[in-house]
Design a protein around this ligand. Structure first.
Ligand SMILES: [Zn+2]
Length: 163
């Protein structure tokens, strides 16, 4: 491993330059780099490809678009009719994004019972959190960058009270 100094707009950065003797060495290094960053290698049950999952919580299927069906494998798992194959069904509570969903769901129910919001607004709010939750489960970019923002309770009510 050779440290390399690169200058960019007057600032210098130290980077690593790594040479590999063969592809296998590179793949092994990449794998361990993944582990270092807390990712686990897992084999997708649907497309049989390996992918890094970000937690150990039952993420059985990858989020790569499955070329055969044109949707991510994680989506196929939830909608097995896409392939007509029977999949192990993932339970809602298995999802990484469930805790936040449950938290918002409880708040919406509580606010409804306290009559803070009408039944109509509450139903719309519930629809919104379901929508965001489902999206987070099939779209990793969304899950990582937007899900928590969209799940902000004040934003949800704001959206639910439109029109
Ligand atoms: Zn897959």
């Amino acid at each position: 491993m050779i440290p390399v100094v690169e200058s960019e707009n007057g600032t210098s950065k130290i980077l690593r330059k790594v040479y590999y003797n063969n592809l296998k060495d590179f793949l092994m290094t990449d794998l361990f780099e993944g582990y270092i960053h807390g990712h686990y290698l897992w084999r997708c049950d649907i497309c049989d490809r390996y992918f890094f999952m970000t937690t150990a919580r039952n993420q059985l299927y990858c989020s790569t678009v499955n070329k055969k069906y044109g949707v991510p494998c994680s989506y196929i798992a939830k909608h097995p009719e896409v392939t007509k194959r029977k999949m192990k069904k993932q339970r809602k509570s298995d999802s990484l994004y469930y805790v936040l969903w449950k938290n918002r769901y409880d708040s919406i129910r509580k606010n409804k019972s306290l009559s803070k919001y009408s039944a109509n607004v509450s139903a719309k709010a519930k629809e919104l959190i379901d929508y965001y939750f489902n999206l987070a489960n099939v779209d990793f970019d969304y899950a990582e960058n937007q899900y928590e923002k969209d799940m902000e309770l004040s934003k949800i009510y704001e959206e639910a009270m439109k029109d």
